[in-house]
Write a protein of this length. Structure first.
Lengths: 228, 228
DNA sequence: CGTCATATTGATGGGCATCAATATATGTGG
DNA sequence: CCACATATATTGATGCCCATCAATATGACG
């Protein structure tokens, strides 16, 4: 039980190079939370008391626009963290998060202890800052993408960024999330995604069956990703 | 000369509450840079050696897509800073920046000294982290905006966020940058911006002459900003 | 096997970019 | 001060991308 928390925390990039005693304080301030698909972890606007590391399953971070439509900011998998920024700022959560898989487990790291250690240990400050900068760069990339890239280009980039392995006919990869979720993350509709895949399929660029996709001509996708 | 640097640095939110001696070290590590419109300050991909605070004029931060199109990430005015994230990460600049006014002055703050002080002074760490979180939240807002909001809604939000003053007929405001630049920042074309303003003008929502705009019915704009 | 979420496919329309032409500033040198 | 050059702004015509609505298909799972 507590071992699971300990293992997750020790594996986080944020906490590399910290003393044993400090790590144990963090472990003591944390707890394992298990949620089912659709269950909320944090609510936009609520005062924040912790940040989270995903241990199993998947989590999506999203905002709800005034008119009720939701925009997914990130899909997170095991080993990834969220809401550090809110904790450091000691404010309210700027977005909501919920599990998208049954049996999702996250480690909840208490804000108070964390902030205390942040003030004591210089290394933590540096590593946390690096982590925040990583988020910044990812977001900058998304802003650029959303404003200049077409739906096809965004999808091409997404596919090319997935882990793939060599196969007879080309690069073989698996969608780690459902197509609906992929569409959400790329800010397109599932219909558009489906049509785009079919166009590439008909053009002999990919071979697609269910969540398994083989890139027959990755160079063509690279061209699409670069274009428009 | 050095007084200008000193005044700018002392006024930055990043450096509030620091000791005199520390501030002077920062001043010593900084220099005033004067550039004309269109001159570059930092280049995407170059190793970073400093971050910047705008003292006079205006600066735009942008990225260039593979196909040559540029996307403006931010327009910055006096008192605002950029590239802190790159410095803290000690990497390369993730975007380019250039002046958009003649006679623009920025204070260049050397990375080495800054990082040294960052490690020594806990307050600086906290304030810098807060600053980074601010950038994060702004970017999150832009991602949301770009993916769910229409061009009209984005423009409405932009206008409503500008400083305005009461006038006889409504709220009077001035565009701080050219309409072309506004369009760039909102990721729309100047034509679309022009047409949208005209539609509101014809509808009696605004009165627009050159860069001066009077919001006759701000509530209508609020509704547009909330919608779609 | 029935139920429900996910996926696919078609038809339609609107928003916004693109191309093109003109107007209006803004600035420069004679 | 005017003529010219250049950037910015406006307006129109056209078309495409993509969302929306709707229907069906194909899973997943009790």
């Amino acid at each position: 039980m507590s071992d699971a928390v300990r293992a997750t925390i020790r594996a986080l990039p944020h906490f590399q190079g910290l003393d044993e005693a400090v790590l144990e304080r963090l472990v003591a301030a944390s707890r394992l939370v298990r949620v089912e698909r659709g269950e909320a972890l944090v609510h936009e606007g609520r005062p924040c008391a912790a940040f989270y590391a995903v241990r199993r399953g998947a989590v999506r971070v999203f905002r709800v626009a005034p008119d009720g439509r939701t925009q997914v900011l990130h899909h997170l998998g095991p080993g990834q963290t969220f809401a550090e920024a809110a904790v450091l700022r000691m404010g309210r959560y700027p977005a909501s998060a919920e599990a998208t898989r049954d049996g999702t487990e996250v480690v909840e790291i208490g804000a108070a202890t964390f902030l205390q250690i942040f003030d004591e240990d210089r290394r933590l400050a540096r590593v946390m800052v690096a982590s925040l900068c990583g988020w910044l760069q990812r977001l900058v990339g998304r802003v650029e993408e959303l404003s200049v890239a077409s739906a096809g280009a965004r999808l091409a980039r997404y596919l090319l960024d997935l882990p793939a392995r060599e196969a007879d006919e080309g690069l073989e990869l698996r969608l780690p999330i459902s197509k609906r979720e992929v569409a959400e993350q790329l800010a397109i509709t599932p219909e558009t995604l489906s049509r785009q895949l079919r166009r590439w399929h008909d053009g002999g660029v990919i071979r697609s069956e269910r969540s398994r996709i083989v890139l027959l001509r990755p160079d063509t996708l690279l061209a699409v990703a670069a274009e428009s």
